[in-house]
Design a protein around this ligand. Structure first.
Ligand code: PRX
Length: 630
């Protein structure tokens, strides 16, 4: 715990050290981990390549830092507390020792199925402890996991299986979500019509009927039968891949962000302990899904590396009612609670009655992640959940950053509603204007970049290093570009303003407009489409699609529903447009480029000033679009 920041001056002191002597700083943090062989050099880097290596030539296994390191002292402590979807079903508490044995047993089973170091394994599972077991079992044997959110469609799953050349899929028969029972294995079966893997292992969760293909599909409970519950962890290099996580960008299909072992391990534990001020014995709950980076870093890796008790919740915030989160907080005496603004806004809409019955006095820290938190939601969270007692940590970061980058240190950094405040030690931010000129001083606004490596950063995009270079390291020379706009106010505090590229953030889920357009265009009657984000009260941003289509003999309503279904099928229900406007044309420049600025303004409802439309091929289209606005 010597790496814990305790005071504001301590934070400034650590920050200063991390900038003036970064290698010495991170070597000190890394010293508290178990390395089979120490590094030859802390850092080698070049943002041109990009080529980034942390803890060069060090050998380790991340799971030894979760298990072997903790077993003597924390063996009986709860590692995971699982709360099922249905409050009447009994939950599960899994100690570090039990989790260790489960991970060993399952990793032995994976090995027995021929899965080895370097193989890619897709995890397409609901929020059950076995999903964490699956991730850690891969890490134990050196297989690279790629978790795919279980709400993605079969076609999105097939794309990911193909892109990473997966050898196996770990999945479940079904999934409970609120009052629904959803097929999961059936989605895998459909995906495997367009892709192929040698092995599918199915965890039985709902007991619903599934088809099992002889030789390829196996039951989880059968493969672990008779397997030893111990083993020796594979020796891994610090820069070996730990996982691939697919995320959306402004162009093309989602890309596989690659994280490697050593740096990610050091960064997630360090950021977890400091941001949340986790103390031994605390009960911590992050409500994310393990399909997203938040689940990877702050349900599984960060907390477990810190020896924390991490709650895993299978359900949704409004089932059986809007008091569920608070019921769970009371039940397990949660100390740190971490959720997304979209959930806060959704619950805010139910008023404070659902909170009343519950004792929330155990709460010490509240966290927010995934999208900008508006001031109203911040105050509601602070007043009604934190009873004005609990600091809010508004944590800004990304799939690519691996861990939290800008955030208050709970109870130490003075907070300001809607501000992520200050960078964590080791994080060197800069704001650049559109020409790439660094904007110094306070009270400035521009594009957020990071100008020095940090251990948790992505190393490449799977199978396409050039894409990584183009996307993140080419816009502004010598810097990692985040895609976010930011303001640094008169106090030097950072406020994230949202994406400046064609990425939208719907309920904290990241989506590329091009990706949604491509899905819409799959509908046989769609000729062309353009998608933009617009402010949405609960979701943060909603999806607004303008579609040129041949209606044939459909009503507009039927066509709109068909298009929504198409998107659901191709990406998943989370990408379904909120509004679809059928138009006869799109505002294009003479060179054929869609003027998204105009489409955004119409979607937002700011209709008075459309700006300069004189360069448009057909300015009439704008009037039609305004008149038909949804
Ligand atoms: O726009 C920022 C927004 O979410 C994007 C990253 O999305 P993803 O990779 O899915 O990771 C989400 C969870 C870490 C960022 O580029 N974002 C994330 N956290 C915040 C945020 N915007 C404002 N404030 C935040 N706290």
């Amino acid at each position: 715990m010597s790496d814990r920041i305790h005071t504001l001056s301590g934070y400034f002191h650590e920050y200063q050290k991390s900038v003036t002597e970064p290698e010495k700083f991170w070597a000190r943090i890394a010293d508290s981990f178990h390395w089979q062989k120490r590094w030859d050099k802390v850092l080698e880097w070049d943002f041109e390549g990009p080529d980034i290596k942390w803890f060069v030539n060090a050998k380790l296994n991340i799971t030894e830092n979760i298990f072997e390191k903790h077993l003597y002292t924390l063996g009986d402590r709860a590692a995971i507390i699982w709360e099922p979807n249905d409050p009447n079903e009994e939950g599960r508490t899994i100690t570090y020792r039990e989790l260790y044995h489960e991970v060993c047993r399952f990793s032995n089973a994976l090995k027995a199925k021929g899965i080895k170091k370097g193989d890619r394994v897709i995890i397409y599972m609901p929020m059950v402890p076995e999903a964490a077991v699956a991730m850690l079992a891969c890490a134990r044997i050196g297989a690279i996991h790629s978790v795919v959110f279980a709400g993605f469609s079969s076609s999105a799953l097939a794309d990911r299986v193909n892109d990473c050349g997966a050898k196996a899929i770990l999945t479940s028969d079904g999934n409970y979500r609120g009052n629904k029972k959803i097929g999961v294995k059936s989605v895998v079966d459909e995906a495997l019509e367009k892709s192929s893997v040698d092995t599918v292992i199915v965890y039985q969760r709902t007991g619903q009927e599934v088809t099992m293909k002889e030789g390829r599909d196996h039951w989880w409970h059968e493969v672990i039968e008779g397997e030893e519950d111990t083993n020796k962890a594979e020796v891994m290099d610090s820069e070996d891949m730990l996982f691939i996580l697919y995320t959306s960008g402004s162009t093309g299909k989602p890309k596989g962000v690659v994280h490697t072992i050593g740096g990610y391990m050091v960064y997630t534990k360090y950021s977890f302990e400091n941001v949340f001020q986790y103390s031994p014995g605390d009960v911590y709950w992050c409500t994310a899904d393990i399909g997203w980076i938040t689940g990877h870093s702050y349900i599984v890796y960060g907390p477990l590396l810190a020896g924390a008790t991490s709650i895993m919740f299978e359900g949704v915030p409004t089932y059986p009612d809007a008091g569920r989160f608070w019921a769970v907080c009371e039940k397990y005496k949660v100390n740190q609670f971490y959720t997304a603004p979209t959930a806060i806004r959704a619950l805010q809409a139910h008023g404070t009655d659902p909170i009343e019955p519950y004792d929330l006095s155990s709460l010490k820290v509240l966290g927010s992640v995934g999208e900008p938190i508006n001031e109203e939601a911040w105050h509601w969270y602070h007043t009604h959940i934190g009873k004005t007692r609990c600091p809010i940590v508004d944590t800004w970061w990304q799939t690519e950053t691996g861990g939290i980058m800008v955030s208050p240190i709970a109870g130490i950094t003075p907070t300001k509603p809607a501000y992520a405040t200050l960078p964590l030690p080791g994080i060197q931010l800069c704001i650049v204007d559109n020409e790439g000129k660094i904007m110094t001083g306070n009270s400035v606004e521009g594009n957020l970049c990071i100008c020095f490596p940090w251990p948790g950063m992505l190393r490449t995009t799977y199978g396409d290093h050039e894409r990584c270079k183009q996307t993140y390291f080419s816009t502004y020379k010598g810097m990692y570009f985040t895609g976010d706009g930011v303001k640094r106010d008169h106090d030097g505090y950072y406020r994230i303003l949202g994406r400046v590229d064609d990425v939208i953030n719907v309920s904290g889920h990241r989506m590329g407009t091009a990706e949604v357009e491509n899905a819409i265009n799959e509908h046989p009657l769609v000729i062309e489409s353009a998608v933009v984000g617009y402010p949405h009260e609960v979701k943060g941003q909603g999806i607004y699609a303008y579609v040129i289509s041949d209606m044939k003999n459909r009503t507009e309503e039927n066509l709109v529903n068909e298009i929504k279904d198409t998107v659901s099928k191709i990406i998943g229900p989370i990408a379904k447009p909120d509004k679809i406007q059928i138009v006869s044309g799109l505002p294009k420049t003479r060179s054929g480029k869609i003027m998204r600025r105009i489409l955004r303004k119409v979607a937002e409802g700011s209709l008075d000033n459309m700006g300069d439309t004189s360069t448009l091929l057909d300015p009439e289209v704008v009037t039609e679009i305004i008149d038909g606005r949804k």
